[in-house]
Design a protein around this ligand. Structure first.
Ligand SMILES: [Zn+2]
Length: 285
């Protein structure tokens, strides 16, 4: 929903760094011995993600608690531990972790910046794709709500894939697909919804709509907007009291058009919705 730049790290750097901090020599040697295969997996991921096709990568599906072999004699738990211990808790892996975390400039890309990233989220969940547990291109800075709210459902159809902030096509970040509607009550509120832009494929729109619903963005945006609406109403009662409905609408539209707000930013949509609503612009609060 909000584009951020992909980590400039070489795909295998965190893997090599994390393996280097393992104290258990036999485990370290075993993980080093599969690095070529991990690199092949990494290249496949990057190629598929660039085409919005990560759903074609087969997940590891197994009974709860099972610990299957993933590559040769390396088990799923060993690849997950590589992330949990050697990347999250130890240097030099932690340095890379922090480097990716700060790259989002304090704005979570999944919700479009309403939350601040607190941790890294695996775009393809590590439980089902353990070969990507420390692949930097699979690690996305995410806020707490997005990280805990993201369903762990595996995308097996193209339309189920969340929007990938590093790799997905510009249309997801540049075209407007979030819209708002005023609920004309006192106090009023704004309902956010998705609508398919002209020229989009059905699958791309399914992805955007599923992303919006998976991260609970309609509700979360309405909560943000409720607070901001209070500010707007205070301005209308205060220094904007003398404005005609058209002048007030123009003011709201100018806020909506601020270059700092990307296409589907909740605030942009909110001000656009208010500016286009005659009832709101002509109401005496
Ligand atoms: Zn978020």
């Amino acid at each position: 929903m909000k584009r951020i730049s992909a980590p400039t790290l070489m795909p295998m750097q965190p893997y090599n760094d994390c393996v280097s901090s393992i104290l258990d020599e036999p485990l370290k040697n075993r993980l080093q011995s599969i690095s070529n295969t991990i690199e092949t997996h990494a290249n496949l991921y990057i190629e598929r993600a660039a085409h919005g096709n990560t759903y074609t990568i087969n997940p590891i599906l197994h009974a709860r608690g099972a610990d299957p072999f993933i590559v040769n004699d390396i088990r799923k738990s060993e690849l997950i531990n590589l992330y949990d211990y050697n990347m999250v808790q130890r240097h030099p892996g932690r340095t890379t972790y922090d480097q990716i975390l700060v790259s989002a400039n304090e704005k979570c890309p999944f919700c479009g910046g309403i939350g601040r990233p607190k941790s890294l989220d695996h775009y393809l969940p590590k439980a089902n794709y353990p070969q990507y547990s420390v692949l930097p291109q699979n690690l996305i800075p995410a806020c707490r709500d997005c990280n805990t709210g993201k369903s762990n459902d595996i995308a097996l159809e193209p339309g189920q894939q969340p929007i990938h902030p590093y790799f997905d096509h510009d249309r997801f970040f540049v075209d407007q697909w979030v819209f708002g509607r005023i609920i004309e009550t006192h106090p009023c509120s704004i309902f956010f919804f998705t609508q398919m832009p002209a020229g989009w494929s059905e699958i791309d729109f399914q992805r955007a709509a599923n992303h919006f619903s998976d991260f609970d963005l309609s509700k979360r945006y309405s909560i943000q907007a409720a607070e901001e609406l209070g500010v707007v109403v205070d301005q209308r009662k205060g220094y904007l009291a003398g404005c005609s409905p058209d002048e007030f609408s123009n003011f709201l539209r100018s806020v909506s058009n601020a270059p700092s707000l990307f296409a589907n930013h909740w605030k942009k949509i909110m001000y656009q919705t208010l500016a286009g609503n005659r009832w709101f612009c002509s109401t005496e609060f």
